[in-house]
Design a protein around this ligand. Structure first.
Ligand code: ADP
Ligand code: MG
Length: 693
């Protein structure tokens, strides 16, 4: 690296992105104007410009080495989907020319019958379409022009995660603007939901990874005894980056910068081999696209370095799993952050109204927020003392807590001023305390001028959580606007609304330790839902109240909700099924044979040399082998006994019966592993995976 010529991020940032600057330099003035009206004000796209945009995009992409284009979309399962088409078209004389039409830019028709639709498409009409989402930038990656799209069915129902996000952004803007207008804002035109995701991940050695079928097929280790060293020394968090990791991260940063992604912060996380990457916030749809690209590039760049990026929520038991913090706020198009408290929050009625809207939303729709982060992988984290519990609550910090209390009680609020930190060292600058202190255990924490939703799993598409937050906050704002629009005496009416919401929804605020036992009991007393697993969370989408909010805000219709319900359950069942079959395969073909092989060796030594040690060990090993065999047989029976029928019942069966059967087998394997010789145990152990990077 030392001899390489230094390239400044300024030179390469966005090099592969068809962004506003490129549009301005390559499209006619009138076309840019039309396009920007859709991008910035959400006006319907005038498709007469499609041919001109397509032709400019093609020329630009070819200059960057592209031979193909793809409609890039986000189906309900998996992360992203793409089908590549070459630009080539026969010229009639045995040669080809490079072509890309407006029609091809605007609409695509992937073979949709193989994507989960939850019954939305009958096989006879198994058509799905992709539609260009011009609010997110097209880009070139590895010889292909990527066009961000939304995916929908022949009959117009949406089948992906992008379209509901786009709809929710509009709903939020519409309702927030009603409130702003009522409060007297005449200058802003729309409201944007801003999102900054922080991504956690593990990096391990690729050769070792390839020796573990469970990592390859399920993304996590299905067994593995606790290594002699875990995370107990707390020496990894913010620790010095190893050379290999530094090189990987540097490469990753550059590739992300070229794609116009503002990779900003990188550091070691709590567990060994665990790291984090945060990007600077973007409008929600862009943030979701960028996060998907971050995850994909992590995997690709890691491979180039002989490493593997693990994005699963719980690759290793016994050390922390990975999540994704979603920093979320609302801003007007003219740059006002609606969650900025300013120097005197008590007098900032606009801030208090928007704060109240979020508090009301989170309390009223805690179940669907919980659902938005539910996955088989995340079930291992939530409530396991490393991530927030499955109970949704909000942290607001001391200052806001005092303000909220004074508004509820009607007592005057005494501003104690913010504490200044005096270090007693004159050469160090004095630091003023932020309006909020930190509470890392809260699932939904106010962090100064935004909320941080901390329950999302590391592998999921953040679109799901983002469209849920947008939808429920839009609903709150809609109810608030209904009241304010009728009011004659504005500051008083606004204060009434604020007081009413704070009083009714104070129960959702909890500034204490969310990891504690006491909180679980206290939350139950307060009547807050505690939804322990994914299957139960999925059920919530069918509750009348929850269906209604998606329908009313125009984010999901009834059919789309039905299909999502089926898809989510089916996906859960399949995930656990693959895990169970993988564990069965590895036990049967790798673990048991090696244990029995070792037993045979011990029996020979015991017999020939009359070794007391060998005899004792043989006895233990034989007992463990028998237990392993029994637990294996039991897991097989449990999986085979799964009956068809109702998707919910099947998923619940897998959650309750198959998961516990897997855990029982794992317990035997983890007890066996530490007493089998290193050269006999057929797969790398935790110490190898976590410390040999
Ligand atoms: P913290 O110390 O609270 O984690 P950072 O400044 O490190 O705060 O920001 C964390 C993430 O929050 C970053 O992705 C950042 O861009 C994002 N962020 C900051 N302000 C906002 C905002 N107004 N809306 C959404 N995300 C934001
Ligand atoms: Mg943070």
């Amino acid at each position: 690296m030392a001899n390489e010529k230094f390239v400044s991020p300024e030179e390469i940032f966005g090099e592969y992105v068809f962004n506003e600057a490129v549009m301005k330099s390559r499209l006619s003035k009138s076309t840019v104007k039309i396009l920007m009206r859709t991008i910035e004000s959400g006006e319907p796209l005038d498709s007469s410009i499609a041919d001109e945009v397509a032709s400019a995009m093609k020329a630009w992409a070819i200059e960057r080495g592209a031979t193909h284009f793809t409609h890039w979309f986000q189906p309900m399962t998996g992360i992203t989907a793409e089908k590549h088409d070459a630009f080539i078209s026969p010229s009639g004389d045995g040669r080809v020319i490079m072509e890309f039409s407006g029609k091809e830019l605007i609409k695509g028709e992937p073979d949709a019958s193989s994507f989960p639709s939850g019954g939305l498409r009958e096989t006879a009409a198994a058509r799905g379409y992709t539609a260009w989402d011009c609010t997110s930038h097209a880009f070139v990656k590895e010889g292909t022009l990527y066009i961000p799209t939304a995916f929908f069915s022949y009959t117009g129902e949406i089948l992906d995660k992008k379209a509901p996000l786009l709809r929710s952004v509009e709903a939020l803007s519409n309702q927030a603007m009603r409130v702003l207008r009522a409060l007297g804002n005449t200058t802003s035109a729309r409201v944007i939901s801003t999102v900054g995701p922080e991504q956690e991940y593990f990096i391990i050695n690729r050769e070792l990874y390839l020796k573990r079928l469970d990592l390859m097929l399920t993304g996590r280790t299905l067994f593995g005894a606790k290594p002699p060293k875990g995370q107990e020394l707390e020496d990894q968090y913010f620790g010095r980056l190893r050379i290999k990791i530094t090189e990987f991260m540097r490469d990753l940063d550059y590739e992300l910068w070229k794609l116009g992604i503002t990779a900003k912060t990188k550091h070691n996380e709590v567990a060994p081999a665990q790291h984090e990457l945060a990007i600077i916030f973007d409008p929600a749809t862009m943030a979701a696209d960028h996060n998907l690209l971050v995850m994909e590039m992590m995997k690709r760049i890691a491979k180039k370095h002989g490493l593997v990026a693990l994005l699963h929520e719980k690759p290793f038991s016994g050390v922390n799993g990975s999540g994704k913090h979603i920093n979320w706020s609302m801003a007007t198009n003219d740059g006002i952050n609606l969650l900025e408290p300013g120097p005197k929050p008590i007098e900032n009625e606009q801030f208090l109204i928007f704060l109240a809207a979020v508090i009301k939303a989170v309390d009223e729709y805690a179940e669907i927020l919980r659902l938005s982060v539910a996955s088989a992988g995340n079930d291992h984290r939530l409530g396991a003392n490393e991530a927030p519990p499955a109970i949704i609550s909000m942290f607001v910090g001391k200052e806001l807590q005092a303000i909220i209390e004074s508004i509820i009680s009607g007592n005057t609020y005494v501003d104690n001023g913010r504490v200044k930190t005096n270090l007693g060292i004159s050469s160090l600058p004095v630091i003023t305390e932020d309006a909020t202190d930190r509470n890392r255990t809260s699932p939904f924490a106010f962090t100064g001028n935004k909320f941080e939703f901390r329950m999302c799993g590391s592998s999921s598409n953040i679109a799901e959580a983002c469209f849920t937050i947008n939808t429920i906050v839009a609903q709150s704002l809609c109810e608030i606007a209904d009241k304010l629009e009728k009011a004659s005496d504005m500051p008083a009416a606004a204060m009434d609304v604020i007081k009413d919401i704070f009083s009714k929804h104070e129960r959702i605020i909890f500034n204490g330790n969310n990891y504690s036992e006491e909180w679980v009991a206290e939350a139950a007393r307060r009547g807050l839902p505690n939804i322990g697993n994914t299957v139960l969370a999925i059920k919530e989408i069918k509750a009348e109240k929850n269906k209604l909010v998606f329908e009313k805000m125009g984010v999901l219709n009834e059919k789309e909700i039905e299909s999502r319900y089926e898809i989510l359950l089916d996906n859960y069942t399949k995930t656990i099924n693959v895990e169970a079959l993988t564990l069965i395969d590895m036990t049967e073909r790798q673990l048991l044979p090696s244990v029995l092989g070792y037993a045979l060796k011990l029996s020979e030594i015991a017999e020939k040399a009359g070794s007391r040690t060998a005899k004792a060990r043989l006895k233990t090993i034989n007992e463990l082998a028998d237990k392993m065999d029994t637990a294996l047989a039991s897991l097989k029976t449990t999986v085979e006994s799964a009956k068809g029928g109702d998707a919910f019942e099947i998923a619940l069966y897998f959650r309750e019966k198959v998961v516990s059967s897997m855990e029982a087998l794992r317990a035997v394997i983890d007890a066996t592993e530490p007493i089998i010789p290193a050269d006999v145990w057929p797969v790398p152990v935790y110490a190898d995976l976590l410390f040999r990077v």
